[in-house]
Design a binder for this molecule. Structure first.
Ligand code: CP
Length: 309
């Protein structure tokens, strides 16, 4: 079984069969990760470079761990402390690294389209670990795995994506994935953070009333307010955001049913999500993080072209 693409640049390019294959392979790797010896030889002699031009905790650690569990050789590159500060271009940096015989590239970059640019210029398989406000495909895949573990098949499930949709690559990748797999999606949050082009391109439901979205959904994927990407005032204050759109225990207790709570991290506690919700039994946030390793193992393995398990 093969993916239809040589790279993982976004969920946009994947077929439903690709998504099912990645999720099924991730489930198999998750079984491996429960064993006393968690390492398999699948990517022995494969060299992978992790290129991080933007900060990361979860994605970076879980790619590194996934590579180690698959027995790959890994190189970690951070733009901070590299020759990027001396003016070296992205392509020069990558070509220099590739001349050291690298097989696969995992890349996070602040610019939308940076991994797509690399894919046009170098022969290695490229995995997008988040590009600007475009896509974060492995996050959507680990979110999907986490939903299926809690609620079963994605088809017909109701997912509310709540908060800063405008600046979120997690939102766009989730919208592509969930709609391709037959789930229903509602966007909720302040009007200033829900771009018209997204709701119209995907023909999605939108509400500015978070309680209404929570009453409708099975799962709420709560997004971080990305202050670092906002160069204009889009809501009055963080305190008022929490009051109007934040997910609080009191709000959840006022609903007629229990909703599964997700968040990609890092969380602004007390802004989009209160601590007593994030740390409650309704939250599957740490399951999402755990599933990130198995999903990234699956993606790396399937794109490597290796057939031995
Ligand atoms: N979810 C996510 O991408 O987190 P990091 O920025 O810490 O990798």
């Amino acid at each position: 079984m093969h993916l239809s693409s040589k790279h993982l640049l976004g969920i946009r390019e994947l077929l439903p069969g690709d998504i099912n294959l990645i999720l099924e392979t991730a489930r198999q790797f998750k079984d491996v990760l429960q064993r006393p010896i968690k390492k398999v030889p699948s990517l022995r002699d494969v060299t992978i470079v992790n290129l991080f031009y933007e900060n990361s905790t979860r994605t970076r650690i879980s790619f590194e761990l996934a590579e180690k569990r698959l027995s790959a050789d890994t190189i970690n590159f951070s733009a901070n402390g590299s020759s990027v500060s001396k003016g070296e271009t992205l392509l020069d940096t990558v070509n220099n690294i590739l001349s050291m015989k690298v097989d696969m590239v995992v890349m996070r970059h602040g610019a939308t389209g940076a991994p797509h640019f690399l894919a046009k210029h170098i022969p290695s398989a490229i995995i997008n670990a988040g590009d600007g406000i475009n896509e974060h495909p492995t996050q959507a895949l680990l979110d999907a795995l986490s939903i299926t573990e809690r609620l079963g098949d994605l088809k017909g499930k109701k997912v509310a994506i709540i908060g800063d949709i405008m600046h979120s690559r997690v939102a766009l990748s989730n919208i592509y994935l969930l709609t391709k797999m037959g789930a229903e999606v509602t966007l909720a949050g302040p009007p200033t953070l829900i771009p018209k082009y997204i709701r119209e391109s995907f023909n999605l439901n939108v509400t500015y009333n978070v309680k209404e979205a929570l009453e409708w959904c099975d799962v709420a994927n709560v997004l971080r307010i990305q202050l670092e990407r906002q160069n204009q005032v889009l809501f009055s204050s963080l305190r008022e955001y929490n009051q109007a759109y934040g997910i609080t225990k009191r709000l959840l207790q006022s609903l007629s049913k229990e909703v599964v709570i997700m968040h990609p991290g890092p969380i602004n506690r007390g802004v989009e999500l209160d601590s007593d919700v994030a740390d409650s039994g309704q939250s599957i946030i740490l399951d999402q993080v755990e599933n990130g390793v198995a999903v990234r193992m699956a993606v790396l393995y399937l794109l490597s072209g290796r057939k031995d398990g």
